[in-house]
Ligand binder design. Sequence first.
Ligand SMILES: [Zn+2]
Length: 64
Amino acid sequence: MLIVSVMMSLMYEEIAPLPCVDKLAFDTQKQAEAAALTADYQRGITLKTYQCRHCGLWHLSSAS
Ligand SMILES: [Zn+2]
């Protein structure tokens, strides 16, 4: 039943949570960079911004 399994996987795609669902997300790179600067100021953490290929928004990741 190939068709059934294809349909199942399509449904799963729709309801599966994004892998980045727990991350902070920003609409623009500017907003993400502002948040990264704040983290640097307040906690001494250097973060870099990147555009997510899953949701299209901007996230922060620790520079390493
Ligand atoms: Zn994302």
